[in-house]
Design a protein around this ligand. Sequence first.
Ligand SMILES: *Cc1c(COP(=O)(O)O)cnc(C)c1O
Length: 359
Amino acid sequence: MSAPRLEIDLAKIGHNARTLVERLGARGIAVTAVTKGTLGSAAVAHTLIRAGVAGLADSRIENIEALRRAGVTAPITLLRSPMLSQVDRVVAQAEVSANTEGAVLRGLSAAAVAQDRSHGVLLMVESGDLREGILPVDLVGVINEVLELPGLRLAGVGTNLACQSGVVPSRRNMDDLSDLVTAVEAATGVGVERVSGGNSANLEWAFGTADLGRVNDLRLGEAILLGREALHRRPVADLHTDAFTLVAEVIESQMKPSRPWGEIAQNAFGETVSIRDRGEVRQAIVALGRQDVDPGGLVPPDGIEILGASSDHLVLDTGAHELPVGAEVHFQVDYAALLGAMTSPFVAELVLEPAQTCS
Ligand SMILES: *Cc1c(COP(=O)(O)O)cnc(C)c1O
């Protein structure tokens, strides 16, 4: 089979999505499934929809277009503010987009009018993480602008934390969001339907807080795909953390000294590495490198250690394992590694379909 390849276990993804939909649904929160980790994979999207998510979301219009071409008809939200140069494509393919800028809203409005469509706007509010977001004091003004622009409708208000600065979604900032929503409804006379409180970093808050206020939607990628919350990367109870496996092939396998010899300067990536002498080790090279994946996000099998990675070579200390040339090594991935592997043209995808059942 071709290598490197990313094996995608749809049954595990479906289980994760269904479990989160049920648990959060019991708390009044709908799940919008975020597909950007899978580069618009239609197989994954169909699995998520079957699991009962309220809709899909992606940060890239290209991924959304790929989903549409593959026949996905579920509502899709574009998570990253549209580029002005892409407003026509956004209006054509996404029901809703996240927005923070008047200029983009006006562009979307013109595109929606030209295409005779209505486009939903999810206004993102800054809650302290200092990535995207309208400052709370400016929200009423922006809502009024949306209400006046033809072709646009207010789909909701959202916020995003723990991405740029690691700000934790807390009772305090989530309550602030709820209070803000209630206040802007009073000021504008318009109801805010969807209140999208955040991402996989919000799970601790969502499961551990008695009153979730106005929040009725979370946008979940990592928790569904990798089974982990995004604050401490702890596994979420009962979810699979191994729905994705990156498989690479051994191209060299030799006993070698663990310590380099000769004068030591920088390596291929400008790092100066210090290496402990551990005597002779069983060293294997797999045909995998930074062109394929972020090596820091790989978890090797037990007993195998990653010694280093360059553009095309991943060097392993295989410990007691004998890995002959041609053998395959299976790695678990974190979100960065998943993104890298999915977007690398060198990594094939192998979708494992759920076992057929009679239902
Ligand atoms: C990527 C992204 C998400 C999903 O984040 P996860 O941590 O993978 O759940 C949610 N919202 C926005 C705005 C994003 O960019």
